[in-house]
Every structure is written in structure tokens, then in C-alpha cells.
Design a protein around this ligand. Structure first.
Ligand code: IPE
Ligand code: IPE
Ligand code: MG
Length: 228
């Protein structure tokens, strides 16, 4: 694919894990486990394609209202998979970044994530960005409050530096699996000119080939950014 037709930053709303499990008569946690494994493979695939940033919506601020046992299951998955897979990423010169507020997460999980970010290689070719306890409204409010503390009016570039996504280009393409046609508080400020792609496929079934289809559809879009 021509480089200009390849999205530099892809946002991925990984929805449908619970329904994937329910369809098989399994508890929701099985869907999250399958989704986590799929995400890890997909990240490697995205890097191989030459994508620069992949942001995976892992937990929204609103998801923290889910039953404790489901959240505990999700945290356990992080404990199980994160450290090991981060090492594999580093070996491929890939970095990890976290967007969202870690303060509300179990301390050990928060530490895993912070260390994953901190120990990332400099000048990485690819960055896997975990949106965890992330919500656009909270992100924007936080930035506004930081700006107020400074007591100066900010331009667009300075404002963008106060967002969690500081230093990351806006998403070119946002993919949502699982059939819902909404953003659910994901990168709404940064998505002003993103191309959107929705599929009914439940996330654990979202294969590399299906990801390629989304990327190829993106390549056919005419991005005008308000121009003619
Ligand atoms: C997305 O899958 C993963 C998280 C929100 C953690 P869901 O858990 O929302 O799955 P469905 O939408 O209920 O099928
Ligand atoms: C969005 O999925 C959040 C993540 C995928 C992490 P949800 O399942 O929480 O979204 P809604 O509630 O259907 O909007
Ligand atoms: Mg859902």
C-alpha cells in the first residue's frame, strides 16, 4: 500500500467481548481473555504494516461502573499478559504509552502500566497506546483545569500538549468492532477529522485480514479537511 494511504495512527474500539462469550455460553471473562489475545496479535500486525500508533480502547471511565468481578477479571488479565508481552514489543523496537487516569486502578496494575511506559525504547518505530480508565470528557476537563492553573490563554497546539495524547498525531482512522455506531467517549477531541469504520464483527473475531480490510477502505477515502 502507498505510504500516504496508510493511516499513521489507528484508534481501535475493541467492543463485543461479552457478546462473543455469551454466544458460546461462556462467562464474559472468556470474551475478555480472547479479546486480549487478539489485541496482542493485532498490535504486532499493525506494526508490520508500518502503522506508527495503535490506540486500543481497553477500559473507559464509564466501564469502571461495571460489576466488581468483571473489573477484577480484567485486571487479572493485565497481570497475566502485560509484562510478558511488553518485553516482546520492546524487542521489536515498539513502545508502550498509557492514556487515562491510573489512580483509580489497583496499585500493582497501575505500576505495571507506568513501568511499561517508562521502560519503553527511545525512538520506537511503533507505539501501542493503552486507553485505560480513559474518557475524552475527563481528558478535556483535566487539560482545561491545567490551563486555568497556568492562568494564560492557550493556542490549539499548546492545548493539545495538555491532553494525554501529547506528542501523538491525531487518529487518522478509528475502527469500532461489535456493531455499535458510536464513539463512547473515545478520543472525541482528537477525532475531529478521523475516518470512521464500523463493523458488526465481535472483537475476538476481528482477524488481521479484517483489520486489513478496514485499512484498505481507509485508503479509498477522500480526506478533504474542509477544503475542496
Ligand atoms: C469491550 O467489550 C471490552 C470492554 C469494554 C472492557 P464489552 O465488554 O463491552 O463486550 P459487549 O459489548 O458486552 O459484548
Ligand atoms: C467502549 O465499549 C469501551 C471499550 C471498548 C473499552 P462499551 O461497551 O463500554 O461501550 P457502550 O457502553 O456500548 O457505549
Ligand atoms: Mg460493549
Amino acid at each position: 500500500m502507498q505510504e500516504s494511504k496508510l493511516p499513521r495512527h489507528v484508534g481501535l474500539i475493541m467492543d463485543g467481548n461479552g457478546r462473543w462469550a455469551a454466544k458460546r455460553g461462556l462467562p464474559r471473562s472468556f470474551g475478555h481473555n480472547a479479546g486480549m489475545k487478539r489485541m496482542i496479535k493485532l498490535a504486532g500486525h499493525a506494526q508490520n504494516l508500518g502503522i506508527r500508533y495503535l490506540t486500543v480502547y481497553t477500559l473507559s471511565t464509564e466501564n469502571l461502573t461495571r460489576p466488581k468481578e468483571e473489573l477484577d477479571g480484567l485486571y487479572t488479565l493485565f497481570r497475566k499478559y502485560f509484562a510478558k508481552n511488553v518485553k516482546t514489543l520492546y524487542k521489536k523496537n515498539a513502545a508502550v504509552k498509557v492514556i487515562g487516569s491510573l489512580d483509580e486502578l489497583p496499585q500493582d496494575v497501575a505500576r505495571l502500566l507506568r513501568d511499561g511506559e517508562k521502560n519503553s525504547p527511545e525512538g520506537a518505530a511503533f507505539t501501542l497506546i493503552f486507553a485505560i480508565n480513559y474518557g475524552s470528557r475527563a481528558e478535556i476537563l483535566r487539560a482545561v483545569n491545567l490551563a486555568v492553573e497556568r492562568g494564560e490563554k492557550l493556542g490549539a497546539e499548546e492545548f493539545a500538549r495538555l491532553l494525554y495524547t501529547n506528542g501523538v498525531s491525531d487518529p487518522d482512522l478509528i475502527i469500532r468492532t461489535g456493531g455499535e455506531i458510536r464513539l463512547s467517549n473515545f478520543l472525541t477531541y482528537q477525532a475531529a477529522y478521523s475516518e470512521l469504520y464500523f463493523t458488526d464483527v465481535l472483537f475476538p473475531d476481528f482477524t488481521d485480514a479484517k483489520f486489513d480490510r478496514a485499512v484498505s477502505e481507509y485508503g479509498k477515502r477522500d480526506r478533504r479537511f474542509g477544503n475542496i
